[in-house]
Design a protein around this ligand. Structure first.
Ligand code: PEP
Ligand code: MG
Length: 758
């Protein structure tokens, strides 16, 4: 075929299609002309269009096949070559069609004399709504330029089809099988139930116009968009902004590489040259990338392709002027947010009153975004497969993060069943609230201290609502995370003072900033631009604070001033060796001396504590203990280090159990080694808020927990049902000679005693 390039081929076709589209003829007549035009341009004996109608792919127009077959030949999605193209949203290019395992012969079409076959999906909103194919008597594969021309035409057809209302728009948005209810399974990251309407964190952009009116104007738009996108990336990098949107440095590096990739921009420009609008051209190239992505087996390369997809979306948002996340557009009431992943700061941008739940494609139990959601009382389902394909903006969702599923577009019966369960959980919440003023004594009379974790001023009313004994962990870095710039000393002081005021007589343990890891600050030049292979084990928390003493000094001063006339409880995160604790304490002490010199009112007492998160510290606790007022075991980090399993890696989210013998033995050893020291020992990781895990902790001698506010009621209820002596003996036996599953044994132990643990 005398095609010089895909561009000229597509342009020739598009020019004639333009006329067809502009004509006033009926949609069917247009399709008939389209198949003639394409067949001729691609020198093919056959050109056919199949469209999705009532869940079947129906032959709508053909040049070369028997005309009697039009509106008669129908294939299921997944059936025959055409059905396979629609199902996989993938191009087929075959020299010998009959040799393909999916070939299905339709006698009414008279297609037996044709050997070669090429077909492309007609896609709308990421769904195949039809198939465009060409066939030829000679057994030859179509050339790449011809396939590309076909793909471009398919985009134009998608616009024609939608404008003409040839396929049901509902079906377009969702695909044939997905107009009804769909259940998607996921991992419960924050338990709870919610109903609401789906909102994509990054709204999808629907391309309305595919064919360009003015090619130069489209080129201009795309050039400008490229410039703007490159500027954005440069700016992010210049600020070492490896935090925005969960993008870290490595991702930015890749973004930069793609942003300047000439191949990518050239392909977009070529697509515009062939007659597409800027948006359609970007989408066209993205479609091609997606198709290639499916063939990639290398996970690393697939990740890179994901980055290109993200970048392509960014370009599309710039060019279409639809910037910003759903947060910047404001939420309607009762929203369930849908995202691939989120950073903690991004989640905090949402209106708490309207955000009812979050469904993520990724996510893990101890990722900070999940901790924030837990603190906000928003249920989260993570690792949800097939999310983007199944959920459309505005869909009604029933989020069941108790069972680990979300129901999309439920029917009435599903809504009714769900409402029943929802009502029960609300009743339970009322029952927990009644425990607010009840002190949690075990059956054998031991008072367990149940404190709560917090991080923002907004969390503080929960203290009274939940009836917690105090704040066992105040994550001060949250203020840093939600600020656009480094919070000045006055702002820090104001927050800490407010928190203490709200807490009244109840103690608050302030943890000094724990940044780094998955808590990155866009405005703080972190690590001098150096790439960290393993940020969770990298330069974070106290390590940063001791190296950037200015940061810690300001915080020390803010805390000392805020706690004037009261007791200040301060705790250092990620202490790995005793000297780090001593050095951090000295920063506070020197600030205290300074303030004293200034005749400022000082705290009545300062209690210093350390977090046990790094296993190495357990070996030197005897050295550290005499200097401590309290120790708090951060099991989120501790367990990731014990198992060498990244806490935010979704692939490892379910691999290791908190109720493993190794973790429980380790914790018991730590607890036992501190007996006799006048030190409060608390567990403040997420595991303490889960009932079965809390039971295990009580069983190894832990008497203080600091947990998410929503868990305070359920844990109090649990405590009141436990006989510690009996539980301690059982745990002791199991840890000495472990059963096959500690979780299983403990669950049975609880079930026999009618202690609810989930
Ligand atoms: C922990 O690591 O267990 C902890 C409580 O701290 P964070 O989750 O903030 O790292
Ligand atoms: Mg930690």
């Amino acid at each position: 075929m005398p095609v010089t390039s895909a561009v000229t081929a597509a342009r020739t076709i598009l020019t004639s299609l333009h006329e067809v589209m502009a004509s006033r003829s009926h949609a069917q007549a247009k399709l008939n002309t389209v198949v003639e035009t394409i067949g001729e341009s691609l020198d093919s004996e056959v050109c056919s269009i199949y469209l999705l109608r009532e869940g079947m792919l129906e032959l709508f127009a053909t040049k070369g096949l028997a005309q009697e077959a039009v509106h008669v030949t129908r294939m299921g999605v997944g059936e025959g070559l055409v059905g396979t193209i629609a199902e996989d949203i993938e191009t087929l290019n075959l020299a010998e069609a009959t040799a393909h395992p999916d070939f299905s012969y339709r006698p009414e079409t008279g297609e037996e004399k044709f050997h070669s076959f090429a077909g492309v999906p007609i896609v709308r909103r990421e769904r195949a709504v039809g198939v465009l194919c060409v066939q030829h008597a000679d057994p030859r594969r179509y050339e790449e330029v011809e396939i590309e021309a076909l793909q471009t035409v398919a985009m134009v057809l998608s616009e024609l089809i939608s404008n003409a209302g040839l396929v049901d728009d509902e079906a377009v948005a969702l695909g044939p099988q997905q107009t009804g209810p769909v259940r998607l399974a996921g991992l419960s990251l924050v338990k709870g139930l919610a109903t609401g309407h789906a909102v994509y964190h990054q709204p999808r952009i629907t391309i309305e116009h595919v064919m360009a009116e003015d090619r130069d104007a489209e080129l201009q738009r795309v050039y400008l968009a490229f410039d703007k996108m490159r500027e954005q990336i440069e700016r992010m990098q210049a600020q070492a902004e490896f935090g925005v949107g969960g993008e870290h440095e490595e991702v930015l590096e890749t973004y930069k590489m793609f942003a300047y990739d000439e191949g990518w921009s050239r392909r977009i420009i070529e697509a515009i040259d062939s007659g597409l609008t800027a948006e359609a051209a970007i989408e066209r190239v993205q479609q091609r990338t997606r198709m290639r992505m499916r063939q990639i087996d290398d996970p690393l390369l697939a990740d890179r392709m994901h980055d290109l997809e993200d970048l392509s979306n960014r370009l599309l948002r710039i060019v279409s002027g639809q910037m910003g996340t759903a947060a910047s557009q404001g939420l309607r009431s009762d929203t369930i947010l849908i995202a691939r992943n989120l950073g903690p700061a991004e989640l905090l941008e949402y209106d708490k009153r309207r955000l009812k739940g979050v469904v993520l494609e990724e996510g893990s139990l101890t990722a900070h975004v999940v901790i924030v959601a837990r603190a906000m009382g928003v249920p989260v389902l993570g690792r949800t497969r097939g999310l983007r394909g199944a959920v459309r903006d505005g869909d009604l969702l029933l989020l069941d993060a108790e069972r680990g599923e979300v129901i999309v577009r439920p029917n009435d019966a599903m809504v009714e069943a769900f409402d029943g369960r929802f009502a029960k959980t609300k009743q339970r919440a009322v029952a927990y609230a009644a425990l607010r003023d009840v002190e949690p004594f075990t059956r054998d009379g031991t008072r367990i201290t149940v404190m709560m974790n917090a991080g923002l001023r907004d969390d503080m009313p929960n203290l009274a609502l939940a009836g917690a004994d105090g704040v066992g962990l105040f994550r001060t870095e949250f203020q840093f995370l939600v600020s656009a710039t480094l919070p000045a000393r006055e702002r820090q002081t104001r927050l800490y003072r407010d928190v203490l005021d709200i807490a009244g007589d109840k103690p608050v343990v302030f943890r000094t900033v724990d940044i780094g890891g998955d808590k990155v600050l866009p405005y703080l030049r972190h690590n001098d631009g150096e790439h960290e292979e393993n940020p969770a084990m990298g330069w974070r928390a106290l390590r940063v604070a001791l190296d950037r003493e200015g940061l810690l000094k300001v915080q020390a001063r803010s805390l000392l001033e805020a706690a004037a006339g009261r007791t200040l409880n301060v705790m250092f995160p990620m202490v790995s060796e005793p000297w780090e604790f001593d050095a951090a304490k000295e920063v506070f002490e020197s600030q205290r001396r300074y303030l004293k010199g200034q005749k400022k009112l000082l705290p009545e007492a300062i209690r210093y504590g350390a977090m046990l998160e790094v296993p190495a510290l357990a070996e030197t606790l005897d050295i550290l203990a005499p200097n401590l007022s309290f120790l708090s075991i951060g099991t989120n980090d501790l367990t990731q280090f014990l198992f060498a399993a990244d806490r935010s890696n979704p692939k490892l989210a379910e691999r290791y159990d908190w109720l493993s013998v190794s973790i429980m033995r380790f914790l018991k050893r730590v607890q036992t080694s501190l007996i006799g020291h006048p030190i409060d020992v608390t567990v403040c990781g997420e595991m303490g808020g889960r009932r079965l895990e809390a039971l295990a902790l009580l069983g190894i001698g832990i008497r203080r927990l600091s947990i998410t506010p929503a868990a305070v009621g359920p844990i109090k209820e649990l405590v009141r049902k436990v006989d510690l002596a009996e539980l301690g003996a059982a745990m002791n036996d199991w840890l000495l000679s472990p059963p096959a599953s500690l979780r299983e044994n403990l669950s049975q132990w609880a079930a026999i005693r009618e202690i609810e643990v989930d």
